[in-house]
Design a protein around this ligand. Structure first.
Ligand code: BG6
Ligand code: MG
Length: 221
């Protein structure tokens, strides 16, 4: 029986995936890596340092920067990202999410956040959603990022639940893989071809409701 929901943040609760993308695009231009949608999709859900490595490798520049320079690039990206999120308001919560969270809360489902982002608490604060998420996985405590299941296993554990009692919600292919490997039911938000491994996929958050999830899970079973 499902007792909890473990949420990714960026691209699920709010459209900050777009802001991460914007900030990374600028770094890619700076280091001379050609930008593409495929590269942007590859970066979804991936931590800061690893994302930079992917961008450098995509441009054949993996050995062109010292560790200190890489730290500078990652810091520059983060400062840009933090400027972008500083103007977020509750208006930036994705369609259907306020109603969905309210409904989950009313039905006494437990909820946690499994985001790779060290900026997640600041984003939740700006969106006015901290009251729904007293439990957030601290990405600093993780050994391995998504697609490793660790973050979603922890997301269940901080709720006192087993993974099989949880539904994970993700917009990233790496995140869906992590949910599946954790042994949770995976709900993908986005393109069903990109999120192939997901138990069920919704194209956007606007139709994400408890009734639709249980209907679609019955169809999928
Ligand atoms: C994930 C995003 O949630 O967090 C990634 O999908 C991002 O795009 C990662 O790189 C790390 O975020 P931050 O804010 O710690 O750099
Ligand atoms: Mg995401």
């Amino acid at each position: 029986q499902i007792k909890g929901f473990v949420f990714d943040l960026d691209g699920v609760i709010t459209d900050t995936a777009r802001l991460h993308t914007k900030a990374w695009h600028e770094i890619a231009d700076q280091v001379g890596t050609p930008w593409s949608h495929e590269l942007a999709d590859k970066l979804r859900g991936i931590g800061r340092e690893e994302s930079l490595d992917i961008i450098l490798r995509a441009g054949g520049k993996q050995d062109a920067y010292t560790d200190a320079e890489k730290t500078q690039l990652a810091t520059a990206k983060n400062e840009h990202y933090q400027r972008l999120i500083s103007t977020l308001t509750p208006q930036d919560i994705l369609p259907g999410i306020p109603e969905f969270l309210h409904d989950l809360h009313e039905h006494e489902y437990l909820m946690s956040i499994a985001s790779a982002s060290r900026n997640a608490p600041a984003v939740l604060e700006r969106l006015g959603l901290t009251q729904y998420f007293p439990k957030i996985v601290d990405p600093n405590c993780l050994h391995t990022g998504k697609p490793n299941p660790e973050i979603f296993i922890k997301g269940a554990a901080i709720l006192g639940l087993e993974p099989r009692q949880c539904i994970g919600v993700e917009d990233a292919a790496a995140g869906v893989q992590a949910i599946d490997a954790a042994g949770e039911i995976s709900v993908g938000i986005g393109d069903k071809d990109v999120l192939r491994g997901a138990t069920i996929v919704f194209p956007t958050t606007s139709t994400l409701t408890l009734a639709n999830i249980s209907g679609r899970l019955k169809e999928a079973a």
